[in-house]
Unconditional design. Structure first.
Length: 151
């Protein structure tokens, strides 16, 4: 399945809508977390939107999504999500590889950080991430801060 990386300004409107909807379906509804998903960071100049799509009768259908934020001193990967039908097929690996490649293209020496939902910390470790602080609970879900050291 194709993976593409976009700035906010070059994000096709239908795919942007699909991304926000997917994030809402999974994080707000499925995981029952009432939080401000549209936090203003999607539109920042340094943000990249990583989209996993598949062909459909209407052009492209969004299957997975994540975003890369430009934080001081590190890239931050977040909002990693797959629709329910796409889970368990290794497709999230494609998203992470594309997000990490984008980080390396822009500044290969900059560390990459993320806050993993704790049950997924071992999966993130397969990409070289290591635990980088104590576990914390956010929106009722345990998270583990992780860092991929590149410098």
């Amino acid at each position: 399945m194709p993976v593409t990386v976009h700035t906010f300004d070059d994000l096709p409107p239908r795919l942007a809508y699909a991304a926000w909807r997917l994030r809402q379906e999974v994080f707000v509804l499925e995981q029952a977390c009432l939080y401000d998903d549209l936090d203003g960071r999607d539109v920042e100049d340094g943000t990249r939107h990583v989209l996993l799509t598949q062909p459909s009768s209407q052009g492209e259908e969004l299957t997975g999504y994540c975003r890369v934020l430009e934080d001081p001193g590190a890239w931050r990967i977040g909002r990693v999500v797959l629709g329910a039908p796409a889970r368990g097929q290794g497709l999230a690996d494609q998203l992470m590889r594309a997000a990490l490649a984008d980080c390396a293209t822009r500044d290969a020496g900059r560390d990459v950080v993320l806050d993993a939902q704790s049950p997924l910390a071992r999966w993130y470790a397969t990409f070289g991430f290591a635990v980088d602080g104590p576990e914390f609970v956010e929106d009722g879900i345990p998270h583990t801060p992780m860092r991929l050291t590149r410098g």
